[in-house]
Design a protein around this ligand. Structure first.
Ligand SMILES: Cc1cc2nc3c(=O)[nH]c(=O)nc-3n(C[C@H](O)[C@H](O)[C@H](O)COP(=O)(O)OP(=O)(O)OC[C@H]3O[C@@H](n4cnc5c(N)ncnc54)[C@H](O)[C@@H]3O)c2cc1C
Length: 279
């Protein structure tokens, strides 16, 4: 997806700097006027002046002990916004992924459940059968996460077992096989893997209005926008359907860009008119 955005962007003159790490927003007179950060190659600090800044730094759930997020996902954007007075909204709405590896949070994809993977506790009980006899593990993300956590809080470990996956379903488990190979020394169809719910998606975040502008409790912070998982646009309510990130990333990303384009045109036209009057 990044390639899909970067290539047309570069063709249209957008400059990308993947080595620039933003440390903070620069504020003047309650208005955002740019960002400061460091170039990770040279460790030189830099200030980028811009009258409009869009935060798109992701959900940042790597601060949880167990998280499926990348190590770079450190909630920087949320912290920066908070420091300039933004409201962080619904921060308790965190979605957990039920199938995180217990030692590092990396998740097995959920389709492995439909393919036939089963969950057991330390007593070798397939505990989900006592919760939902008909569907067993084939319940929603939240129900499964809650039941796994209940087991763990009762002193049980929870394991996922792929040995019952029928031959014709094994292609669905190809990604799980790669995860097992990369992050464990166990064999997918022979061994059981200890799992635990892993912090996966931040539904809340930086409060924005319908134009993606960052809000304090009652006003817009001039010059600051937020899109994607770091923003709380309210589209998911208190929970989110898996696979639904495109709304916050692409739809709101485009919406913010459209607003900014209009604003830039307006500012440029005003400057032209003023210049003509001055002549
Ligand atoms: C394992 C996994 C699987 C997923 N699967 C799906 C799926 O199947 N379908 C779906 O819809 N969603 C899925 N999601 C959720 C989806 O990937 C995210 O919601 C989405 O990528 C968020 O996009 P974003 O652009 O807001 O943030 P990100 O994609 O997290 O990008 C944020 C970027 O900002 C950079 N950044 C952060 N801080 C700074 C800083 N201080 N300075 C400079 N750069 C910074 C980060 O390095 C990163 O490149 C999954 C998430 C995970 C973790």
């Amino acid at each position: 997806m990044c390639q899909g955005i970067a290539c047309p962007g570069e063709k249209n003159g957008v400059e990308f700097n993947e080595h620039f790490y933003v440390a903070d927003l620069v504020v003047d007179n309650n208005k955002i006027i740019g960002v400061e950060g460091i170039d990770r190659r040279t460790t030189e600090s830099q200030i980028v002046v811009s009258p409009q800044v869009v935060l798109a730094t992701g959900g940042g759930l790597n601060f949880y002990q167990l998280s499926s997020n990348a190590t770079s996902s450190t909630a920087d954007g949320l912290a920066m916004a908070l420091r300039v007075g933004a409201q962080l909204h619904n921060m308790e709405f965190v979605q957990y992924h039920p199938l995180g590896l217990a030692h590092n949070g990396i998740q097995f994809p959920e389709p492995v459940i439909n393919a036939g993977a089963q969950l057991f506790n330390s007593n070798n009980e397939r505990f989900m059968l006592t919760i939902d006899k008909q569907n067993a593990e084939q319940v929603s993300r939240d129900v499964l996460s809650i039941e796994i956590e209940k087991q763990r809080q009762n002193g049980q470990k929870v394991y996922i077992d792929f040995s019952h996956v029928p031959e014709e379903q094994k292609s669905t488990c190809a990604e799980a096989e790669l995860i097992a190979k990369t992050y464990t020394s166990l064999a997918l169809y022979k061994d059981r893997f200890e799992i635990a719910p892993s912090a996966h998606y931040l539904i809340g975040g930086i409060l924005v209005n319908e134009n993606c502008q960052v809000m304090t409790s009652n006003a817009v912070i001039e010059g600051l926008y937020a899109v994607g998982e770091c923003a709380s646009a309210g589209v998911h309510g208190a929970n989110r359907l898996g696979g639904n990130s495109l709304v916050e990333t692409l739809v709101f990303g485009r919406h913010a860009a459209t607003q900014l384009k209009k604003l830039i045109w307006k500012t440029m036209s005003l400057r032209l008119i003023t210049a003509q009057f001055q002549k």
